[in-house]
Design a protein around this ligand. Structure first.
Ligand code: FEO
Length: 133
């Protein structure tokens, strides 16, 4: 069973953002699956780096939409993104240094962070963007 099951409730109603969120969930699920199957450091590292890079590019997509639309919540939303990227960057650094950082509690943190963020900040952003068109 997938670690995170995508639900209709997670959709924000802005197609490009929803597609990227689904991809993020899929990558987190790939990581959870690789952990569960006891895959080695190379395989786990590949998925973890992919997740980190995809997160950077997803946040950039949203931030570009915010700046293009003069979204008033941009500074606060961007700060939340930056803080998460700092935490993910730290995780990747520790993983690359050989530390066992991929734990169930880290995966649960990522899951909770993503779902809460989608249903909080990203829903607000999508509502704003949809009102502009
Ligand atoms: Fe979808 Fe604000 O991250």
């Amino acid at each position: 069973m997938a670690f995170i099951t995508w639900k209709k409730d997670y959709e924000v109603g802005y197609a490009k953002v929803d597609e990227q969120h689904k991809e993020l969930v899929s990558i987190i699920n790939q990581l959870a699956d690789a952990m569960e199957k006891g895959k080695g450091k190379d395989e786990l590292g590949k998925v973890l780096h992919f997740l980190a890079n995809y997160t950077v590019s997803h946040f950039k997509t949203e931030e570009d939409l915010m700046t293009a639309g003069n979204y008033p919540g941009y500074p606060a939303h961007k700060k939340i993104h930056t803080d998460l990227l700092t935490q993910v960057g730290d995780l990747v650094k520790k993983f690359d240094a050989g530390k066992s950082v991929l734990t169930v509690s880290v995966m649960t943190f990522l899951q909770d962070w993503l779902i809460n963020h989608i249903q909080g900040e990203d829903v607000k952003l999508a509502g704003f963007l949809n009102r502009k068109v």
